[in-house]
Design a protein around this ligand. Structure first.
Ligand code: SF4
Ligand code: F3S
Length: 104
C-alpha cells in the first residue's frame, strides 16, 4: 500500500485525490489518509503530491503511518474530488513535527 505521511498535515493539496483510480482517500480537517486495504498499489498518486507526502509502505519506518492511515480511513469520509488547499499550504511545506503540533 501507499500511505500519506506527516508533511501532508496543513498542506493538504489534494492533487492525489484526482488521480486515484479506486477513490481510497479519506478526508480529515487538515490532512488526508489512504485506506491501506483499498489501495491497489498503482503508485500514480506518489509523484502528484506537491508536498512529497505519499510513500510506499516498503520504505523504512512506515509501520506507524500504515496504522495512522488505517485508523483515520475508518473514521473519516471518503473524498473523491479535489477541494481548495489551505492558503498557506506552501509555507507549511516542510515544517517539522506537524503530527504533534498541527494535526487536527
Ligand atoms: Fe490510489 Fe494508487 Fe495512490 Fe493507492 S497508490 S492511493 S490506488 S492512486
Ligand atoms: Fe496531502 Fe499531498 Fe494529497 S499534501 S492531500 S498527500 S496531494
Amino acid at each position: 500500500t501507499y500511505v500519506v505521511t506527516e508533511n501532508c498535515i496543513a498542506c493538504k493539496y489534494m492533487d492525489c485525490v484526482e488521480v486515484c483510480p479506486v477513490d481510497c482517500f479519506y478526508e480529515g480537517e487538515n490532512t488526508l489518509v489512504i485506506h491501506p486495504d483499498e489501495c491497489i498499489d498503482c503508485g500514480v498518486c506518489e509523484p502528484e503530491c506537491p508536498a512529497d507526502a505519499i510513500r510506499p509502505d516498503t520504505e523504512p519506518e512506515m509501520d506507524k503511518w500504515v496504522e495512522f492511515n488505517r485508523k483515520y480511513a475508518e473514521r473519516w469520509p471518503v473524498i473523491v474530488a479535489q477541494g481548495t488547499p489551505p492558503e498557506n499550504a506552501a509555507e507549511m511545506d516542510g515544517v517539522p513535527d506537524k503530527l504533534t503540533t498541527l494535526f487536527s
